[in-house]
Design a binder for this molecule. Structure first.
Ligand code: DON
Length: 561
């Protein structure tokens, strides 16, 4: 009798398991799609496409809408990166990363004893880099835009003026930040109150700033009244940003990193974003293995990715920085022979401690050259944009009278060699602070092609975990044949050389897998609320339809037609 009960139980459990593994399918559309952190922003972008706008028009509209509906990371006071692919196959990238003020210097976050001053690079006016988002939006618009600019910015102005509805997740996030908003600002900002889901947030000062941008273009932000309010308030808070800093800011078109992984061509962001180089290193290090034969998210899978990630982040810490300021041996770092050599010390039998892994010896320096949303339009153009204020609500400085939040991107520099930043990342001279230099980023907006055709548009926030989240999603689709939403839903893990731990999302990995990893010498960190990335991606299905992957870890949504 007992045996029969056990048999029934086992059968039920296996049915349950099979159900759990059933593929979740994301929003599917025929022609066009926008996937972003908020449904309102995705819809605004999609509406622009429906009115005949292209992916670049939708980029402008979505970016500006996110600055209103998603203040934790959407922004005009931050920066980011865009990778694009036009329907004729041409590709490119835009760097609208923040940069250090003209009077910034290497030791600006150190005390007289040479120690890093707590919070100085993360909280308040000293943490702010010169914002690049507005310059970025205008670069994109001037090069590729097709609809009148007013039509692209007006939805954001209306949202700011009429108000947005706060979600439960937003209420929690805003409530957690209240104390810091109050500590940093000299007046009561619109964000200071106890929030509950369903509350309306109106941002009149932001609406007026957006109107100045509508009426005066880039100068509506970097010059005139907005710039006056910006500089006045930052100065009042003890910061060092001047009118000259704002006026000199320029977004830069860059050649993205492009490489092959098996049958796929991957195009991702180059420096000052480390994403493309690290992604190339990781995927090329994995390429010699028959990945699809390894069970997904099994002990061996976690081992292989961890060891590849460990080695790449060690190189990142030593070699990578703003390409306009330091020589970075990109070709050598992404050379297949070099990467194979780096993996020679990998063993399935035991973890390679990070203390035994330093940066690799590269073949030589070559010459001198030097909240994510995904969009596919009805013409076949694709853009991947990752943008941020850095940590949630950035520096918490809300420009008085202008209503926008300033980033704390200066913390992405290495304040002192070997001292970790807010993401635990360490850096070297390559990422030291210098006037007008751009801080190293992990952002990884990425486009994947197969047989010369668009296959996937992908990216995510998540600080140092951005690169490894993008990596896992690419492997989910190309090696394990997952759909986009099923891929995004998978539990994720992350290793970044230092600290020498594997971070794992809770409940995603069995006790057996974790114990086995521990017995091989891996340290595992699994916290209840740990979320790794919020991936927003689009997959082109074999029949040409688009499948959205909108991350349920946030309020993210795919909208299209
Ligand atoms: O550029 C970077 O790498 C970071 N400032 C990104 C910050 C981020 O993704 C925050 N999101 N959780």
């Amino acid at each position: 009798m007992k045996k029969i009960h056990l048999l029934i139980l086992c059968t039920l459990l296996s049915i349950l398991n099979a159900c759990k593994k059933e593929k979740t399918i994301g929003v599917i559309t025929e022609k066009a799609m926008v996937v972003s952190a908020r449904e309102e922003a995705s819809k605004i972008g999609s509406d622009i496409l429906q009115k005949g706008g292209n992916a670049y028009d939708a980029m402008v509209a979505t970016h500006l809408a996110l600055a209103v509906v998603y203040p934790v990371a959407g922004n005009i006071g931050g920066g980011g990166f865009m990778v694009y692919r036009n329907n004729d196959g041409t590709k490119g990238a835009l760097d609208f990363r923040e940069k250090a003020p003209i009077t910034a210097h290497k030791d600006m976050y150190l005390d007289s004893l040479g120690n890093v001053i707590e919070n100085k690079s993360t909280l308040g006016a000293h943490a702010v880099g010169i914002p690049g988002s507005v310059a970025g939006v205008f670069e994109v618009y001037d090069k590729f835009g097709s609809l009148p600019f007013t039509a692209l910015i007006q939805p954001a102005i209306d949202l700011a003026r009429n108000g947005i509805t706060i979600t439960k997740k937003q209420a929690n996030s805003l409530n957690n930040a209240t104390e810091r908003f109050e500590k940093v600002n000299t007046y009561k900002t619109v964000f200071d109150k106890k929030w509950t889901a369903g509350d309306i947030l109106k941002q009149e000062a932001l609406a007026q700033t957006l109107e100045r941008i509508r009426d005066f273009g880039k100068d509506g932000f970097y010059k005139g009244k907005t710039a006056d309010l910006f500089v006045k308030y930052v100065t009042e808070l003890g910061g060092i940003i001047t009118h000259e800093d704002l006026e000199k800011y320029q977004a830069i078109w860059r050649t993205p990193i492009s490489f092959n992984y098996k049958d796929y061509t991957i195009t991702s962001m180059t420096l000052p974003a480390s994403g493309g180089i690290c992604l190339a290193q990781m995927l090329k290090s994995i390429a010699p293995y028959d990945v699809s034969e390894i069970e997904h998210n099994s002990t061996q899978y976690v081992q292989l990715l961890t060891e590849v990630e460990r080695r790449s982040y060690a190189d990142r810490a030593n070699y990578l920085g703003d390409i306009d300021f330091v020589k970075v041996p990109i070709d050598s770092l992404t050379d297949q022979k070099y990467l194979n050599k780096r993996m020679e010390s990998f063993s399935w039998e035991k973890a390679t401690p990070s203390s035994e892994v330093s940066h690799g010896k590269i073949l030589g320096y070559e010459s001198d050259e030097t909240t994510h949303y995904s969009i596919v339009d009805q013409f076949g153009n694709a853009v991947a944009v990752t943008t941020t204020l850095n940590t949630g609500y950035g520096s918490k400085v809300v420009v008085k009278g202008a209503g926008f939040i300033l980033n704390n991107e200066m913390d992405d520099f290495s304040s002192k060699p070997g001292v970790p930043n807010v993401y635990g990342l360490v850096g070297s001279k390559a990422n030291a602070i210098a006037p007008e230099k751009r801080m190293l980023s992990s952002m990884t907006p990425t486009i994947v092609e197969k047989d010369g055709k668009l296959k996937m548009v992908i990216g995510t926030p998540g600080g140092s975990t951005i690169i490894t989240s993008v990596l896992q999603n690419i492997l989910n689709v190309v090696e394990y044949d997952m759909g986009m939403q099923a891929s995004v839903d998978q539990p994720r893990f992350h290793h970044q050389w230092l600290p020498d731990v594997i971070r794992m999302e809770p409940n995603g990995f069995t006790k057996q897998i974790k114990s086995k990893l521990e017995s091989l010498g891996y340290e595992i960190l699994e916290r209840n609320s740990l979320i790794i990335g919020r991936v927003d991606a689009i997959l082109v299905l074999p029949n040409g339809q688009l499948e959205g992957g909108a991350d349920k870890r946030g309020d993210d949504a795919a909208v299209g037609f």
